[in-house]
Every structure is written in structure tokens, then in C-alpha cells.
Design a protein around this ligand. Structure first.
Ligand code: GDP
Ligand code: ADP
Length: 217
């Protein structure tokens, strides 16, 4: 997993995970991050949940039926999978492996169960961020203003929000999404700092050796 860094220093690709209770803003933050970061590729999940208005098959999700999902699991096509809100969600393996091996970082919008599976599999390559809402009323308001789910589904998501939030302490970073611009800056800074970690810049020893040799001349 080697990405092109700068000044000839190669970099190991990372798996950048955003999780949150439904409505806290991870889809919004993911879209902003993808739009601004060319070397970051979104992992498009497969799901059995119905398509929301405006969602595009292959872009927001691969919308599949339960039979197809089970086939993907049986064939080892998924890197991780979980049941969330009575639907199945999973990360197709091939695009992630292709992206990482061609030097791209990959962004995941997945829940705590999926994050745990990725972390178990690749502990050094996963960077996880948990997004919290500033308040319960803001969370509810956002689920309503998104206006894509029925009252019953929104109530279900609010009921599950506490459960999802209880896993915050398994994450590397926590961002409270009150002002979207400030939250975006925070998420971007985390990504940038993690890209610059010494252990991810795999060509660093040779690079420094080269600098030292030039100084000795
Ligand atoms: N484990 C896992 N969770 C996923 C995956 N894709 C989406 N999710 C999570 O499933 C939950 C529901 O997603 P979604 O139906 O899009 O609702 P939203 O969170 O309200 O936008 C969220 O917590 C997502 O992060 C996946 O591939 N694997
Ligand atoms: N900081 C924020 N302030 C106000 N509204 C927000 C903020 N962040 C996201 N939203 C809105 O809240 C709704 C839910 O956000 P979304 O990104 O879909 O959440 P999630 O993917 O976590 O379920 C959307 O309508 C989005 O535009």
C-alpha cells in the first residue's frame, strides 16, 4: 500500500472512517471531504435498505436485495458487513484493495461494527473519527430537515442513536458537528495529520539518508 507523497517520499495509504448516529452529519462531511481531496476515494457500500429520493445506485450505495447480499458474503466479496436498522450493509472488498494498492486513501461511512472489523483486520491503516451532534434536539431537527425518511423511521433512528453513541470511546478522534464549516476543518486536519505520520511515510529513511549524504559532500 504505497501512495505517492511529496519530495519523493512514498506514503502508505490509510483507511479513514467516519461514524456517527444517523443524522449527525457524516454523509455531508464525507461529500465535502471527497470534493476537496483528490487522493481520497469513497468506499461505496452495498445495502439492502431502500433507496432514498435523490440517491444514485453505484454512487451513494449499491442497492441490492437480501439474496444478492448473502451471495456477496458467501463469496468473500465483502471486507466487512453488519446489520443496522434491520438492513444489511457491507463494504465491497475489490474497490478498496484496488484503491489502496494504487496509492489512494479510502474514506468509509460505516457503523461501529464495521469499524471494529476493519480495525481488527488492518490496525495500522485505520484512522477512525466519531461525529457527535451538538444536542439531541439538533439531531432530531436534522433528521427532519433531511426529509428523506418517514416519521416511523426517524423515530427508530432516534431510538438507536444512544446505542451508536455508546461506542464513541473505540474511536481515535471525536468531532462535535455543530457548525459544519468548523467540523469540516477539524476532519480535514485529522486526515492531513494522519497522512503525515512518520510510519506512513515509508520512504523517509532513504530520503533523510539522501539529505545527509548531500550535506557530507
Ligand atoms: N458496517 C457497515 N455499516 C455501514 C455501511 N454502509 C453504511 N453503514 C452504516 O449504516 C448506518 C445507516 O446508514 P444509512 O441508511 O445511509 O443512514 P444514515 O446514517 O442516516 O445516512 C450508518 O451508521 C452507516 O454508517 C457498511 O458498508 N458497513
Ligand atoms: N452542522 C450542521 N448544521 C446543520 N445541519 C447539518 C449540519 N451537518 C449536517 N446537517 C444536515 O443534517 C442532515 C443530516 O446530515 P447527514 O450528513 O445526512 O447525516 P448522516 O449521514 O450522519 O445520517 C442533512 O440534511 C444535512 O444537510
Amino acid at each position: 500500500m504505497v501512495a505517492s507523497g511529496f519530495d519523493g517520499v512514498e506514503r502508505r495509504g490509510l483507511m479513514f472512517v467516519l461514524s456517527s448516529p444517523s443524522g449527525a452529519g457524516k454523509t455531508t462531511l464525507s461529500r465535502m471531504l471527497i470534493a476537496e481531496t483528490p487522493a481520497l476515494q469513497m468506499s461505496v457500500s452495498a445495502t439492502t435498505r431502500p433507496k432514498r429520493p435523490g440517491e444514485v445506485h453505484g454512487k451513494d450505495y449499491f442497492f441490492v436485495d437480501h439474496t444478492r447480499f448473502e451471495t456477496m458474503v458467501a463469496n468473500g466479496e465483502l471486507l466487512e458487513w453488519a446489520t443496522v436498522f434491520d438492513n444489511r450493509y457491507g463494504t465491497p472488498r475489490a474497490p478498496v484493495e484496488a484503491a489502496l494498492s494504487s496509492g489512494q486513501d479510502v474514506l468509509f461511512d460505516i457503523d461501529w461494527q464495521g469499524t471494529q472489523q476493519l480495525r481488527d483486520r488492518s490496525p495500522k491503516d485505520v484512522v477512525s473519527v466519531f461525529i457527535l451532534p451538538p444536542s439531541v434536539s439538533a439531531l432530531e431537527q436534522r433528521l427532519h430537515t433531511r426529509a428523506q425518511d418517514s416519521e416511523e423511521i426517524i423515530r427508530g433512528r432516534m431510538r438507536k442513536a444512544g446505542d451508536e453513541m455508546s461506542h464513541f470511546d473505540a474511536y481515535d478522534y471525536i468531532v462535535v458537528n455543530d457548525n459544519i464549516g468548523i467540523a469540516f476543518e477539524a476532519v480535514k486536519s485529522i486526515l492531513r495529520a494522519e497522512q503525515l505520520k512518520r510510519e506512513r511515510q515509508v520512504g523517509l529513511s532513504d530520503f533523510v539518508l539522501g539529505l545527509r549524504r548531500q550535506l557530507e559532500k
